[in-house]
Write a protein that binds this ligand. Structure first.
Ligand code: 1HN
Length: 361
């Protein structure tokens, strides 16, 4: 395979170059130019709710879930970073999904870890995970962990919308691996547990005899504890955020923030690949910093602006924005705001690659 060489690079003799070309070998002083360029870095970017809403309403009117082509069979508007083409970042994917009254997004399972953060929810809008129906009330977060069956069933009389978050690009694109995926034989998986079952296994009280599900499910192996199916109710999260704001000092970069803990470990990250925080910003601008992790934000409440290098991302309720690796950034809320912060930091930390700093000037 012959590669183009800029003129100023060291030229090998034709004989040497011929040998290298013939055997798919390249000298490092040429290869080094290509490192870090195979997958483009995402640009900082923002997707405004008003635009997302128009898109999801329009595709809902056009296509019933039942008529979607084979594949994931989800009706989703996916924010794509133009430098990437299929996701907002090269590790974390987000999308906004709708399910109309009476519809079901059919049951399946896959390699990727996922969660749902409810935008427009209802008690009778349920994500069924591992045999239990989890109601999706506004701002509830429901995990659909790796290899657990999940379907979304709208038994309410209103369209429901939520944010899907998956570690899909990390596995499929960055690692270039095939994902394992399986459709359930039924559109709706059987409900085999009563509501609250998974909380009885991983909530504040635990089975006193033995834990029922410490295993990593499916064909996977690893050293991290599997994340269980779980619902984080928004009432409890906001109450804890208020408690922090009343008693603790804010983090200079993140405000008052609360990590969603993996219920199996009691600690962040929620998934081996992704960590999530609810962040209350109410004390003016945060301090600028930069790090090599990607951050994606969903605005739960409020308005403000996040500066990333020389870009100003002006956000309001339900907007989605991305802070790419190494972008110097700080948040400047207009009064009080609450963000859902999402990061791939655990992937970097797992290999001692995470680094952050404050700008020098
Ligand atoms: C998926 O399983 C869902 O279960 C949503 O709702 C979005 C995007 C890519 C791959 C799987 C869901 C997805 C997805």
């Amino acid at each position: 395979m012959a590669h183009e060489k800029p003129e100023e690079l060291l030229r090998l003799s034709d004989d040497t170059q011929g040998i290298l070309d013939e055997h798919d070998l390249r000298p490092l002083w040429e290869v080094q130019e290509d490192f870090g360029t195979v997958i483009d870095d995402p640009e900082p970017g923002i997707w405004k709710w008003a635009d997302i809403e128009r898109a999801i309403d329009a595709i809902e009117a056009d296509v019933p879930i039942a008529e979607l082509p084979p594949g994931f069979q989800r009706r989703v508007a996916v924010p794509v970073n133009t430098s990437l083409g299929n996701a907002i970042s090269n590790t974390i994917y987000v999308g906004v999904q709708t399910v109309s009254p009476g519809e079901t997004a059919p049951a399946h399972r896959h390699s990727a870890n996922a969660l749902r953060f409810t935008i427009d929810g209802h008690e009778e809008m349920k994500t069924v995970v591992a045999g239990e129906e989890f109601p999706m009330r506004d701002n509830d977060l429901v995990t659909t962990p790796q290899w657990e069956w999940h379907d979304h069933v709208n038994d309410s009389d209103e369209t429901a919308a939520w944010l899907d978050v998956l570690d899909l690009p990390l596995f499929l694109d960055s690692f270039n691996k095939q994902q394992v995926f399986e459709n359930h034989e039924l559109e709706r998986q059987p409900v085999t547990k009563t509501q609250g079952y998974w909380d009885s296994q991983y909530g504040r009280g635990r089975p006193a005899d033995e834990r029922s599900n410490g295993e990593i499910p499916g064909p996977f192996e690893g050293i991290r504890e599997a994340t269980p199916p779980y619902r984080f109710g928004w009432n409890e999260m906001t109450e804890s955020l208020r408690q922090r704001a009343a008693n603790d000092e804010p983090d200079p970069h993140d405000g008052y923030s609360l990590a969603y803990a993996n219920p199996a470990t009691g600690k962040e990250p929620l998934f081996p690949t992704m960590s999530f925080r609810a962040q209350l910003l109410n004390e003016g601008p945060t301090d600028p910093h930069f790090h090599n992790a990607t951050e994606v934000y969903f605005v739960i409440e409020g308005e403000g602006v996040t500066h990333v290098d020389d870009k100003a991302l002006e956000w309001g309720k339900w907007d989605i924005f991305v802070v790419p690796p190494d972008g110097t950034h700080h948040h400047d809320p207009d009064g009080e705001a609450i963000l859902l912060g999402m990061t791939d930091r655990p992937v970097l930390e797992a290999f001692n690659f995470y680094a952050e700093a404050e700008p020098s000037s």
